[in-house]
Design a protein around this ligand. Structure first.
Ligand code: SF4
Length: 374
């Protein structure tokens, strides 16, 4: 059932640039998702999506009018920063079937093009191909990244896990078409579903198939199961289709109930398989800085590279000071690029090695250690 609602605002501005999507703003046009993936986090009560998840949808019918007001520099007292806009949401996909009729995502891209911003979109739908002309225009003017999420590249398993979306093979074909059009494309290999899509063979197959399309990066992530509607729905599915795994799930999802993360003992081996496969195929495990460095400020580049270094170090099961260092730097009220090594080291969480890395990024726009790990 589709319900049209009016929203108060549409553009969410982040306090700190997001290193998963390189975005400074997010745009969420819909609430709810008919793709109805069995693991969808959007089912959780904390997101307050009304109605039956997977069937009922709310459309922010005034979204474009609001967005135009929010983007138009003539209506702003302060200049509007030029950052990546990510068009997606944890509780909806921007290219659900009714997008064909409503064209909210297409018209959002037109506004992003008109006001000259870069864009990053994450979807599971091949309907995004309809707008390839606009992505090309945005990319020529600025930058467009088109990313697709997968839990694996196995069509049969995907039919069970993601009943409302085109198969992984169709999504891979769409990636090829976007790559042929000269666009940057990513695979979000997430969530990898424990005991169903997390075997070494399946992870390696996903990396291999993605590499064959010419993918620019793969971002890997596990599955969270929050207590309540999301966990109940998934466990019902598991009992029906994979009852042999029920007790293993009860063990690995027994800990952190707020975020629903699996136990760390489960997480590391799966990450290690991904790390090995991505390294072997030379696929970056984060959005490479070469994609975005000309579109962010020097301070943002420092934060992004430190956060990516944090992820890449943890992927190798190493302790990392970089995440905390990025957080500390994001809170100081001076430009990071104005700080010499001695002053950097006075900031909480920044030791001599991190200070040197920060200066290297400021002075060269690069970081050798980061590029090796990537
Ligand atoms: S496509 Fe994304 S938002 Fe939609 S149901 Fe699947 S996981 Fe949830």
């Amino acid at each position: 059932m589709i319900k049209e609602i009016t929203a108060k605002s549409i553009l969410r501005r982040y306090k700190k640039i997001d290193s998963w999507f390189i975005s400074s703003y997010s745009i969420n046009l819909y609430r709810g998702c008919t793709h109805n993936c069995v693991y969808c986090d959007g089912r959780n009560e904390k997101y307050q999506v009304e109605g039956e998840y997977g069937r009922d949808i709310e459309i922010k019918i005034n979204a474009l009018e609001l967005l135009e007001k929010e983007l138009d520099p003539a209506r702003k007292r302060k200049p509007f920063g030029n950052g990546f806009m990510v068009v997606c949401g944890g509780v909806s996909d921007s290219y659900q079937p009714f997008e064909e009729k409503y064209m909210m995502s297409r018209r959002t891209l037109e506004l992003i093009y008109k006001y000259n911003h870069p864009v990053h979109i994450l979807t599971k739908s091949t309907l995004v191909e309809r707008d390839i002309d606009l992505f090309k225009k945005i990319n020529e003017q600025n930058k467009a990244i088109v990313s697709f999420s997968f839990s694996s590249v196995n069509d049969e398993i995907s039919r069970l896990l993601e009943p409302g979306v085109p198969s992984p093979s169709q999504r891979l074909n769409t990636i090829k078409r976007f790559k042929d059009a000269g666009l940057t494309c990513g695979m979000y290999l997430m969530p990898v579903v424990p005991f169903i899509t997390d075997s070494s063979e399946m992870i390696e197959q996903s990396v291999t198939k993605a590499k064959e399309t010419g993918i620019d990066f793969i971002i890997f992530g596990g599955m969270t199961l929050k207590e309540g509607r999301q966990k109940d729905y998934f466990m019902n599915f598991l009992n029906k289709h994979f009852p042999q795994h029920t007790s293993a799930y009860e063990k690995i999802y027994s800990g952190n109930t707020t975020w629903g993360a699996p136990n760390p003992e489960y997480v590391f081996p799966a990450q290690e398989v991904f790390d090995t496969a991505a390294t072997r195929f030379k696929v970056p495990k984060r959005i490479p800085s070469s994609v975005f460095k000309s579109l962010v400020s020097t301070d943002e580049l420092v934060i992004l590279i430190l956060e990516q270094l944090d992820y890449l170090s943890k992927l190798k099961n190493k302790n990392s000071p970089y995440g905390y260092a990025a957080y500390s730097l994001s809170r100081i009220d001076k430009p990071i690029e104005s700080l010499p090594i001695a002053e950097l080291q006075e900031i909480k969480g920044i030791g001599p090695v991190t200070a040197k890395i920060v200066r290297e990024i400021i002075e060269t726009g690069k970081c050798g250690y980061y590029e090796n790990l990537l």
